[in-house]
Write a protein that binds this ligand. Structure first.
Ligand code: ZN
Ligand code: CU1
Length: 215
């Protein structure tokens, strides 16, 4: 009889411990909602500070799966320049970009945000985004291929976009600015105006948005 009681007590203790451990683990791992969030007027790019909704082209956002930290980016270009920093690449992050197969270039809609890791990207087309030369994102590979065929450039996967690709885009931005001196570049020039401003006139160096670089 005593033996059975001991057994029952022991079992109860295990039950209690299991319950307590489960409760504890669940508390230390809060459920983070990683659904995409809307871009609002007034939202600033995490990398360059520009007002995101005032510029054309595919945009990006990242949501930390562990703590819910959310960053929004004026462009897929700035999203990649943040993501490709060594300290960010190790983050558990859900990343979204606009699916340009389903929404229009000048005012992309939030309901057409998609998992960036599943997107196809066109690098080197003549489509201009918030930061000048763009990385256009598509769910549908054939839509990406069509853009590259019609407007130039090539199709890359998420994993294929690296710092060398970003350098190439920055370089294209310089050439574009030198040739056209368009509105977007003029605004960036004003933002960049300062002691090193004259470097722009000599063609500048490889990375145009030095001061926009993530800190
Ligand atoms: Zn930006
Ligand atoms: Cu910018």
């Amino acid at each position: 009889m005593k033996h059975i009681l001991k057994k029952a007590l022991g079992f109860g203790a295990i039950l209690v411990t299991t319950f307590w451990l489960t409760a504890c683990t669940e508390e230390s791992k809060p459920q983070v909602n990683t659904d995409p969030v809307a871009f609002h007027a007034g939202d600033e790019c995490h990398v360059c500070g520009m007002l995101i909704t005032e510029w054309p082209g595919a945009k990006g956002q990242s949501i930390n799966k562990q703590n819910g930290d959310t960053h929004k980016f004026c462009s897929t270009v700035d999203m990649f320049s943040w993501w490709l920093q060594p300290e960010n690449k190790t983050l558990q992050a859900q990343i979204y970009v606009h699916d340009m197969a389903k929404t229009n270039w000048n005012t992309p809609e939030d309901e057409h945000l998609m998992d960036a890791r599943k997107a196809w990207f066109v690098v080197g087309s003549d489509l201009q985004g918030a930061m000048g030369p763009s990385i256009a994102s598509y769910s549908d590979k054939s839509a990406a291929e069509k853009l590259a065929h019609d407007r130039g450039g090539r199709v890359l996967s998420f994993e294929q976009i690296d710092l060398a690709v970003l350098m190439e885009i920055a370089q294209a931005g310089h050439e574009h600015a030198a040739e056209h001196g368009d509105k977007m570049q003029m605004m960036h020039d004003q933002e960049d105006a300062g002691p090193e401003h004259e470097s722009m006139e000599h063609g500048g160096d490889a990375i145009e948005h030095d001061e926009h670089a993530p800190k």
